[in-house]
Ligand binder design. Structure first.
Ligand code: MN
Length: 418
């Protein structure tokens, strides 16, 4: 029996909350150690690409290199062999040197490798890095360019064809030993989030059929939304990013490394290791205007936690503690200065958020956001707004007010023309 930990798309990033990623990496090492001490060690840690953050500076690269090296050394010390394939964001100069760590193997080109355990059993490992032009078409060596954009449909097709030929060669080896394939790249049929299929963008894509029959288990990296694709010969799986990298990944429960068990007869099972990352939650407040023309913020409609103000309440309040919070505030552009942005952020911090960021979502068309004006053309939007600001003692002053006036009058003209 073989135990494999499947990790991908870590994208280590030093701009995140201090210690969050270190805590997650520590939790991984602890799990490897716990299993070793319990007599059922993890045999292989498969790191399926995109180790680094795409938008990093020199200072970050230093931190990233040290953090990765310490992590990999600790993993290797805890038992498993470590196999790394580069993803499209990994530069060989940044990660190839990890191979000098005892027990760490780096595969910058398609490689058939194998692992033998103390019982003399063998596990075949096929390593297939991100299919990049320099290797597959130009033949100028191994490794990839960061952010490699393969352009031109014919070039993409040529790469796909060569990768398929490689997979077919591995399939024909027909080894009796269990096999696992590691790949970083796009596979058709995958979704980038729930209900959103992978775009037909400019990059080489494989199909599940291309991967079928090569191995008992196909461990993928590249798509951050963890998922298993329907296949015939064995699981074909994106581990997904181990923690959310953006608010776009908030609420995804499928985070954390997968731990696979491969039996001699090819039977596989998995469980997911939960990591102590900081959850992300988005709230939405909308600007509403009452009869008197006074504006205020209310909770997004359709949620069950309406409130008369911007304070999180009820079910929403329960989500706040320990979370990184984003508050989208949908409002007419002209109302921007009436909103207490910092005050709203403060309320969420007081309610226990680890971080809170109010994000303006200005709605430019004033007539849409002041619906009662549609029925009364007698006053322009500007006159209405002017009166409202006078009544509430809010609104911009001086040159800024003049700028608003011009902008709103322009909108009025557009509205009348329509
Ligand atoms: Mn990638």
């Amino acid at each position: 029996m073989w135990t494999i930990m499947h990790l991908a798309d870590i994208h280590l990033d030093d701009r995140r909350e201090a210690g969050e990623q270190e805590r997650c990496l520590d939790a991984i090492v602890e799990e490897l150690t716990r299993r070793r001490d319990a007599g059922s060690p993890v045999d292989l840690l498969a790191v399926c690409g995109d180790l680094v953050d795409p938008e990093r500076g020199r200072r970050q690269r230093e931190w990233e290199r040290n953090t990765w090296r310490a992590f990999l050394r600790a993993c290797a010390d805890a038992g498993p062999k470590v196999a790394i394939i580069p993803g499209n964001h990994d530069r060989p100069a940044d990660i190839a040197h990890f191979a000098d760590i005892d027990g760490v193997h780096y595969f910058d080109r398609p490689t058939a490798w194998s692992l033998t355990n103390k019982h003399g059993h063998t596990l075949d490992v096929y390593a297939l890095p991100y299919p990049e032009t320099r290797y597959w078409l130009d033949g100028t060596g191994a490794g990839i360019e960061p952010h490699a954009q393969v352009s031109g449909a014919d070039r993409i097709t040529a790469i796909e064809r060569r990768v398929r030929t490689q997979l077919a060669a591995w399939r024909k080896r027909g080894s009796a030993d269990p096999a696992v394939l590691l790949y970083h790249g796009a596979v058709t049929g995958a979704s980038v989030r729930l209900g959103q299929p992978l775009a037909t963008s400019d990059e080489p894509k494989l199909s599940v059929e291309d991967l079928d029959g090569v191995a008992d288990l196909v461990l993928l990296g590249h798509i951050h939304f963890g998922q298993e694709l329907p296949s015939v010969s064995g699981p074909v799986v994106y581990a997904g990013s181990p923690w959310p990298h953006s608010f776009g990944e908030e609420g995804q429960a499928n985070k954390g490394p997968l731990i696979w068990t491969v039996q001699p007869n090819g039977c596989v099972a998995s469980e997911r290791l939960a990591l102590p990352y900081i959850k992300r939650v988005t709230f939405e407040l909308h600007w509403r205007t009452n009869e008197a023309g006074r504006g205020r913020l209310v909770w997004m409609e359709g949620t069950d936690y309406h409130g008369p103000d911007s304070e999180p309440r009820g079910a929403a309040r329960a989500l706040v503690p320990g979370s990184r919070v984003r508050i989208r505030i949908v409002h007419p552009t002209a109302a921007s200065s009436a909103i207490d942005w910092r005050g709203i952020e403060r309320e969420f911090l007081v309610a226990g958020a680890t971080a809170a960021k109010a994000v303006p979502i200005p709605v430019r068309n004033a007539s849409v956001k002041v619906p009662e004006l549609l029925d009364r053309r007698a006053r322009t939007v500007w006159e209405e707004l002017d009166a409202m600001w006078a009544a509430t003692g809010t609104g911009p002053a001086g040159a800024e007010r003049a700028r608003f006036r011009n902008a709103v009058l322009h909108l009025d003209e557009l509205a009348l023309a329509a």
